[in-house]
Design a binder for this molecule. Structure first.
Ligand SMILES: Nc1ncnc2c1ncn2[C@@H]1O[C@H](COP(=O)(O)OP(=O)(O)OP(=O)(O)O)[C@@H](O)[C@H]1O
Ligand SMILES: CC(C)(CO)[C@@H](O)C(=O)NCCC(=O)O
Ligand SMILES: [K+]
Length: 266
């Protein structure tokens, strides 16, 4: 049973077709589109795609974007399912004040991270960092309880905010340096250190809270740009959201199979 996994972010839609809805399944095809271009998926990227049997997505974009994605999915029989963060799912317990108000991308990425730890039998506390349009930094304890997390502006938003809020900060992109000596480098380094510093702080807080050094996973379109500037050890995992979607899809598919079995034996 093939699965089309969708990660509809703030700026881009990422998709991946998997052979089966299980962790580690073979990825048959994948792609990415800016949200401006999603109305052409069926006549473009998806034109020759083998029809998926199941479609599961995480969406943080507007309802209008979600409806436009659903319109593209109408060519296939499988009705799209969207993840709504709940009190607990696939090994993660949701500590948010209002579980459903947590961003679906954050929830799914944490589930992906937890599943990775479970697969390695490494039940340690974990920090999950997503670097994209926005940056999120989540803390999970060794039992898979999401304790809470931070939301920061992404690097692009930080720099645009500075550009629009000042008169003298319209400069080309610089490079990260420990002691920047020009405006470009000062801005680029400032944004990068803000993210790296926030991650370090969360790792320290979680280590102190749990009495154990956390594992740190980093994902998102701009994670590789942060990699050289991180002060804590971390693992880059490009597919954290897809891993989470696979785990949730697996759970849902097996729940349904069990329900069918139960009703056929009644
Ligand atoms: N040097 C940098 N360091 C860290 N982040 C950067 C850097 N340069 C750009 N970025 C950020 O990367 C973002 C682009 O990432 P990308 O669009 O790949 O993320 P994404 O994960 O697809 O986002 P979303 O899921 O929100 O659509 C920009 O918005 C910008 O904030
Ligand atoms: C924080 C973002 C923008 C990160 O993509 C997204 O997860 C979101 O819109 N979250 C909803 C608010 C929250 O998570 O508390
Ligand atoms: K994202």
């Amino acid at each position: 049973m093939s699965l089309l996994a969708l990660d509809v972010g703030n700026t881009r839609l990422k998709w991946a077709l998997y052979e089966q809805p299980v962790m580690g399944a073979r990825m048959l095809a994948h792609g990415v589109q800016f949200l401006e271009n999603i109305d052409k998926l069926t006549e473009g990227d998806w034109i020759n795609l083998r029809p998926p049997r199941m479609v599961l997505g995480s969406v943080v974009a507007s309802d209008a974007i979600k409806r436009r994605v659903e319109a593209q999915l109408e060519i296939w029989d499988a009705a799209p399912e969207w993840v709504v963060p709940s009190a607990a799912e696939a090994g993660v317990i949701n500590g948010y004040d209002h579980p459903a108000r947590l961003g679906a991308d954050r929830w799914v990425a944490m589930i992906g991270a937890r599943q990775r730890l479970l697969a390695r039998q490494q039940l340690r506390p974990c920090v999950v960092v997503m670097v994209g349009t926005a940056v999120t930094i989540e803390a999970l304890d060794a039992e898979g309880r999401f304790l809470g997390g931070c939301i920061l502006p992404g690097h692009g938003i930080m720099l645009r905010a500075l550009e629009s809020g000042t008169a003298g900060l319209h400069v080309p992109t610089g490079v990260v340096k420990p002691f920047p000596t020009n405006t470009s480098d000062a801005l680029t380094s400032g944004g990068t250190f803000a993210i790296a510093g926030a991650v370090q702080r969360m790792v320290d807080q979680l280590a102190q809270h749990c009495g154990q050094t956390p594992v740190c996973y980093m994902t998102g379109g701009a994670a590789w740009k942060m990699a050289p500037s991180m002060s804590v050890s971390f693992e880059l995992v490009d597919t954290l959201i897809f891993d989470g979607l696979l785990a949730i899809a697996h759970q849902r598919a097996s729940d349904r199979a069990n329900q069918r079995l139960a009703s056929s034996t009644q």
